[in-house]
Design a protein around this ligand. Structure first.
Ligand code: ACO
Length: 328
């Protein structure tokens, strides 16, 4: 494939107002700030309030992109939302967002690839642009994970947070854009990280509420190992497909789940930590929104500048994993 076909244009994010520290968790669970910081790198996370729905956060992030680019909602041809914590299961989160911003000419649909969702959605958007089905694709990743996590389970509750990030995908200009991409999955390992109940197989019932089946269940140690291997694979493949080496990468923006996973990924990829964007300490794991929020922060604080090469990689439930190299 001749690249770059599509570029990322403009960024945005929204993070909830409420900051929850590790110490607050230690008051409701058998845990400590020290344990959480040492094992995960997380110091605090954002928790969305009742007035901060998935749709509201997605809208706020989307509006920043529109402001950044000067594009109006009527210019949008497609709207892709990456999420695993939608406000409701039917219709899609993207349709809610379409209505909220008045994107009257846009197709709208969700991509569900858990923490890898933003990178999957960017790939889908590139395909829409490449096939000339769309000129402007708004890609939003928005999560309200605190509504689907088990607040009584210390092994998962301390890890997650809420927020949204967004960008616009359009035809490449001046050689900028997506130089390579890679996506993979392994559904045989689904039950290491999943929500057992509440879907068509196990519809809502009192029993499901009692046994906490609605919430995220995770075999942390196994997921950790798979995340390290998969993110390493993702970085290797994105570099190989772009015909680049680690030394060509100016900034690595990995999924923010755990500082130890981030450090292992950077080490494997050969990217020094001073070229790695890290915000897991402030937001925890915001699933699909994680890379999108980090991207917007990196742009707005000047870490990611025009002309730089940035590599994204992510891993999540499914399992799914993906990577992308972009000429910014
Ligand atoms: N506070 C105190 N102790 C805890 C806590 C806590 N919050 N959580 C677990 N422990 C205990 C365990 O019960 C265990 O105790 P035991 O030895 O008496 O049984 C001990 O700490 C060690 O537990 P481990 O699970 O082995 O701890 P580990 O070092 O693996 O860290 C963690 C756990 C942080 C979850 C890590 O495994 C991890 O980050 N896994 C990957 C998560 C991830 O990347 N998810 C990505 C995808 S998320 C998505 O797609 C939505």
């Amino acid at each position: 494939m001749k690249r770059p076909i599509a570029e990322l244009w403009g960024t945005g994010r929204y993070t909830p107002k409420r900051v929850m520290t590790n110490d607050e968790f230690s008051k409701i669970l058998d845990t400590s700030d020290q344990w959480i910081r040492e094992r995960t790198g997380i110091r605090e996370r954002r928790v969305a309030g009742p007035d901060e729905s998935n749709a509201c956060m997605a809208k706020a992030a989307a509006e920043q992109v529109l402001q950044d680019t000067g594009i109006t909602p009527l210019d949008l041809d497609a709207l892709v939302v990456a999420t695993c914590s939608p406000d409701r299961l039917l219709p899609s989160q993207a349709c809610d967002l379409q209505a909220l911003i008045g994107a009257k000419h846009a197709a709208a649909f969700d991509v569900q690839a858990a923490c890898t969702g933003f990178l999957y959605a960017l790939n889908v958007a590139e395909g829409l642009v490449a096939s000339e089905q769309a000129e402007h694709v708004l890609v939003v990743a928005s999560e309200k994970l605190t509504s689907i996590m088990d607040w009584s389970d210390r092994t998962t509750a301390v890890l997650f947070g809420d927020g949204a990030g967004a960008t616009l995908v359009r035809k490449s200009t001046d050689g900028r854009g997506m130089l390579s991409s890679y996506m993979r999955s392994d559904g045989t390992l689904a039950e290491l990280l999943y929500r057992p109940g509440g879907g068509a197989a196990h519809p809502p019932s009192e029993e499901l509420l009692k046994d906490h089946s609605y919430y995220i269940h995770m075999a942390g140690r196994e997921v950790f190992k798979a995340a390290v291997l998969s993110m390493a694979d993702a970085c290797d493949k994105a570099l190989e497909r772009a015909g680049l080496s680690a030394g060509d990468i100016d900034l690595l923006i990995p999924h923010q789940a755990n500082i130890r996973i981030i450090e292992a990924t950077a080490k494997h990829a050969g990217v020094p930590m001073d070229k790695v964007y890290v915000n897991v300490d402030r937001y925890g794991n915001t699933s699909a929104a994680s890379v999108a929020i980090a991207l917007d922060e990196a742009v707005r604080c000047g870490r990611l500048k025009p002309g730089m090469k940035v590599m994204f990689c992510a891993f999540g439930a499914g399992f799914t994993w993906a990577s992308l190299v972009v000429q910014w």
